[in-house]
Design a binder for this molecule. Structure first.
Ligand code: NAD
Length: 438
């Protein structure tokens, strides 16, 4: 099959590379010259484990290529995926669909024979209808079917998620489109990944409902964590205890500094806005959004409290900046708010992240970027773990204690055991469990 992917960001690039790996002929289009030129030089503009090898392999076999031009590739395509960004619209929090509609118009102008246009971008319910209306009114002579196929991959595990998904949701009622979509995902179907067909509007809502549910689950355990701190219980044990119940499940029950990233914050907000527009407000999600927003700043206050109530003039070492490990994505990362709270409190903030420092430079205030955890710990009065990268799990605590001015660890991901911290002589401030005082 000839597939074109419009937008070669986290989703477009991973999806395009994996579809090429299934044996399809894929062209990934992007309007960023810098991105396409880098890809053509063999450089991968994002950090995603395993992606570089898949891209290299499929480029070498001739199945995967990149293009700044949209019209040429689209004219020969069977299926065109739209994987452009749908950020929060400035001012009102609705999903900004400017890029989606612009791409749709460009695609329609270029298609020749029957073509399936698939929205892989996360788009509010009714977007497929609107794209179809644009096609019908502005390009009445074109034969195009509009399908919704939301993407559920997680950054950091994107290749596995794309190749071994829990399900593939496809929203269409058109026979011809159904057949082509079956063909696109046939290699996965053979792998027994369920293809779940439904109406287009239902498919669009499934994506938002899934993300909102997961965001709510994280927020729930975060509130339980706060209660644990007041009543002397252990949130990790509570999470394990409830997670063993199959109706609840043990995933997404890790208490932390609040969810962030390129999806949950904007998608929960967009769902809230859609629901309000339809006169059917989703109060659970409205509250989830509000709790999560205030939580990040509260984490800054938690650090200040751990430093005897003030960080003014104190050096604070922040470990981990990206919204989760194994990505370089800084979009809506909790670190942004936490670092800002520390800067506002007068701290001298030093930071280290294995992959996210370039992206962080565009969004963080005046901080110092270090080369490794030990360098930023020198003379620090607290270490704050914001992202649970594996390499932070087994630090040399004896060395850290010698280097630091005050042995304080604020562990916002609960990656260290209080008993061990006690042994090494650290004050340890975790989330939702017993603190250790040095
Ligand atoms: N990042 C994730 O983990 C994830 C997971 C599931 C779904 N999604 C959704 O997928 C969509 C894309 O997300 P992303 O993180 O890949 O975004 P991204 O910002 O990394 O990539 C989007 C790309 O689209 C390009 N683009 C925009 N308009 C274009 C046009 N007209 N022609 C060609 N290229 C164009 C941009 O230059 C950019 O490179 C969003 O709707 C997002 O919500 C993201």
């Amino acid at each position: 099959m000839r597939i074109v992917m419009i937008g070669s960001g986290y989703v477009g690039l991973v999806s395009g590379a994996c579809l090429a790996d299934f044996g399809h002929e894929v062209i990934c289009v992007d309007k960023s010259t810098e991105k396409v030129e880098a890809l053509e030089r063999g450089e991968v503009p994002i950090f995603e484990p395993g992606l570089e090898a898949i891209i290299a392999h499929n480029r070498a076999s001739g199945r995967l290529s990149f293009s700044l031009d949209l019209a040429g590739p689209v004219a020969n395509a069977d299926v065109v995926f739209i994987a452009v960004g749908t950020p929060s619209r400035r001012g009102d929090g609705h999903a900004d669909l400017t890029y989606v509609y612009a791409a749709a118009r460009e695609i329609a102008a270029a298609v020749t024979g029957f073509t399936v246009v698939v929205t892989k971008s996360t788009v509010p319910v009714g977007t497929g209808d609107e794209i179809e209306r644009i096609f019908r009114e502005e390009f009445p002579e074109k034969d195009i079917a509009v399908v919704s196929n939301p993407e559920f991959l997680r950054e950091g595990a994107a290749i596995t998620d794309f190749k071994r998904p829990d399900r593939i949701v496809i929203g269409t009622s058109e026979e011809r489109a159904t057949e082509l979509m079956r063909e696109v995902y046939r290699p996965l179907y053979l792998n027994e990944a369920p293809l779940y067909f439904c109406e287009r509007r239902t498919s669009e809502l499934i994506k938002y409902a899934a993300n909102a549910f997961l965001a709510m689950k994280i927020t729930f355990i975060n509130e339980i964590a706060d209660l644990c701190e007041h009543i002397g219980a252990d949130v990790q044990k509570v999470a394990k205890g409830i997670g063993m119940d199959k109706r609840i499940g043990d995933k997404f029950l890790h208490a932390g500094p609040g969810y962030g990233g390129s999806c949950f914050p904007k998608d929960t907000l967009a769902l809230v806005k859609t629901a309000q527009d339809y006169g059917s407000p989703m109060r659970l999600i409205e509250t989830t959004v509000a709790i999560n927003d205030t939580r990040k700043r509260a984490m800054g206050r938690k650090v200040i409290a751990a430093c005897d109530g003030t960080v003014r003039g104190k050096k604070i070492a922040v470990l981990g900046l990206t919204f989760k490990p194994n990505t370089d994505d800084m979009r809506d990362a909790p670190a942004i708010t936490i670092v800002q709270a520390l800067l506002d409190g007068g701290a001298d903030v030093h930071v280290f992240d294995p992959e996210g420092m370039e992206a962080a430079k565009a969004v963080l205030g005046p901080v110092t970027y270090g080369k490794n955890p030990y360098e930023i710990a020198i003379d620090a009065e607290a270490i704050v773990v914001v992202t649970e990268w594996d390499e932070f799990r087994a630090l040399d605590f004896r060395r850290l204690k010698q280097e630091m001015k005050a042995p304080v660890i604020v562990d916002l991901r609960n990656i260290y055991k209080p008993e061990e911290m006690e042994k090494y002589g650290f004050s340890h401030v975790p989330i939702g469990k017993r603190k250790v005082k040095a």
